[in-house]
Ligand binder design. Sequence first.
Ligand code: NDP
Length: 397
Amino acid sequence: MHKVLIIGAGGVGGVVAHKCAKNPDVFGEILLASRTKSRCDAIAASVKELTGRDIATAAVDADDVPQTVALIKEFGPELVINVALPYQDLTIMDACLETGVHYMDTANYEPRDEAKFEYKWQWAYRERFEKAGLMALMGSGFDPGVTNVFCAHARDKLLDSIETIDILDCNGGEHGHAFATNFNPEINIREITQKGKYWERGEWKEIEAMSQSMDFDFPEVGVRKAYLLYHEELESLVQHIPGLQRIRFWMTFGESYIKHLEVLQNVGMTSIEPIQFQGREVIPIEFLKALLPDPASLAANYTGKTSIGCLVKGKKDGADKTVFVYNTCDHAETYKEVRAQAVSYTTGVPATVGAEMMLTGQWMRPGVWHMEQFDSAPFLKRLGESGLPWHVREIEG
Ligand code: NDP
């Protein structure tokens, strides 16, 4: 039985808290901490109602290393599951190093003043984690996370060699709002409005945001238009898939979503540059976040499914072979189970499984590591058992 500290009580934190509570053999004692304690308390009440378990709650500002260190020392966890925002990754890693505790997250560190989606800041912690005998697991959500493991599974089990990978992410759900984002709006909008980028034959190629798209038939959703975006898992996958010639990431958006985003962008509402307004400094995208629905609040009336997978082309026994490794997840079903929509669920479940891999020693190695650097088999087994069954479809031609 292990002790874990979960930091972040948003849509994803709620799922992680419920899922850890449902697995008492691994997660013996749980503390959920976030900036706003009342959000932790509301999740703890739901955990009690749905699982019968008590979890502890606390307030913490994870931007503040001494405060985070004090909380870790007081509770004494083996692992911190960071599901706050990417801005807190480094301060939480610092606090883990100071207290001798393992670390994991679901998104790469982002400086507040520039949208980068790069791992260089966290990779700089490698030696310190190694020397301290501690492990930091990067990006144990769905994408990054499960998508990295799907690629590892294709590399290690399904194909002899890999030529190209296309990661395809579709949310075929309906939440009934004119415009809303499925996870933290600031991070989501930053991701979509930056230039698109993919990797081909050793080089990164940049394109204008949302300028390249293709139709894809997503299992259990149907044909949707997906746009080429840069996504952080590409940066580690190019290092860990030998022989890879090209890797791209695609995400679907409806026409109405794109129209809203275009207008917001044209008027400057998605900017991360501070402006002066009535004598005070305002960051437009942070103000926009305050106006948009809280992603966790979308859950109650969400219908439809997410359908996310990796289309991997390569060779098997000398012949061409293409596989699509994927998962689909139903918004209404996840709401019934843990009061969350499927985007939070598909992130929170892999975070819980990643934590289990570390705590049970199946994935435990000092240093800073990515999901595809471990054996995919135990993770994928537990992923299916934990509510995210996955499938392999062979694609002809
Ligand atoms: P939310 O915005 O719903 O929740 C974020 C939580 O973090 C809130 O409870 C917030 O507190 C808390 N928080 C923010 N700043 C601090 C701080 N300084 N100290 C302590 N707590 C803080 O986000 P989501 O739950 O949707 O997303 C959580 C993470 O998961 C993000 O990093 C996101 O990028 C990542 N993600 C990863 C995905 C993947 O597939 N890999 C997919 C979706 C999300 P407060 O309530 O006070 O604001």
